[in-house]
Design a protein around this ligand. Structure first.
Ligand code: MG
Length: 259
């Protein structure tokens, strides 16, 4: 009797097991084909690249300076941009009251191309030698300085996020030669209380060499004091008129692409 019970129990469990196994039969996974992980639309917009010989802007760029005039620029304190255009380049005007120049248009995320040249006969040392700067959204300065055989505090040299992050390397060309900045910038997003939800980020490439690799900007780039976090929206590109007594630098071939 006991043996019968054991056998019955075993048969019952066997049935259960079989039923359970049947329930857990799944459809076979279809074999992966290459097309399953490919998509074709939307196709990226076609952009004609700049001409390498003439150093022209890509077809979808906003040209901020093409050698002719300052029609895209103004004085950020009001009125016309007071810098000079000479021989197809912009020359910083260091006369008292001339001030910075700012783009009339405001930008969020962007790719900026800007070329700058320190005069061949530049004089001065440290920060008093070809000092200018590119302010992103009018808030955050990427330093411009003659850092060719001219030491200064490293978070104030060419390609630094001013008073924050030094460049990874020094890739300056000699005074009299043109330097090229390509700057890729991601604007910050703010919390309702005015703090950063996402900090601004920037990649800076000088003469084809990465100086800042998607670096977080901590706040405004103050001359005195630490970075401040000030809520803002889109802002202009501002070029700095620095009050040092060295000869003014020049700019050319400036264009920007909204991202
Ligand atoms: Mg500066």
């Amino acid at each position: 009797m006991k043996k019968m019970m054991v056998l019955s129990m075993a048969a019952f469990l066997g049935l259960c097991f079989t039923a359970n196994a049947q329930e857990k039969t799944y459809p076979k996974q279809e074999p992966m084909r290459p097309g399953m992980s490919e998509y074709w639309t939307p196709q990226p917009k076609i952009v004609t690249p700049g001409d390498a010989k003439t150093n022209s802007a890509p077809s979808d760029a906003i040209v901020l300076f093409d050698g002719k005039d300052l029609s895209q620029w103004e004085n950020p304190r009001g009125g016309e941009a007071k810098w000079k255009v000479e021989n197809g380049v912009i020359v910083v005007n260091k006369e008292r009251g001339a001030g910075d120049i700012a783009t009339k248009e405001k930008f969020g995320n962007f790719q900026l191309h800007i070329e700058w040249c320190v005069p061949k006969d530049i004089e001065g040392t440290s920060q008093s030698r070809g000092n200018s700067g590119v302010f992103l959204q009018g808030m955050y300065e990427v330093q411009i300085l003659d850092s060719y055989e001219n030491e200064t505090y490293v978070n104030g040299m060419a390609g630094s996020i001013y008073k924050q992050t030094p460049p990874l390397v020094n890739v300056m060309r000699k005074p009299g030669e043109w330097n090229v900045y390509d700057i890729i910038y991601t604007a910050p997003i703010f919390n309702p209380d005015g703090t950063y939800l996402y900090r601004p980020r920037v990649t800076v490439i000088q003469n084809g060499v990465v100086l800042q690799n998607n670096v977080e900007i901590l706040g405004t780039t103050e001359y005195i004091g630490f970075p401040k976090v000030t809520p803002h929206g889109d802002g202009p590109i501002v070029l700095q008129m620095h009050g040092d007594p060295s000869k003014p630098i020049s700019f050319r071939n400036i264009w920007i692409r909204k991202l």
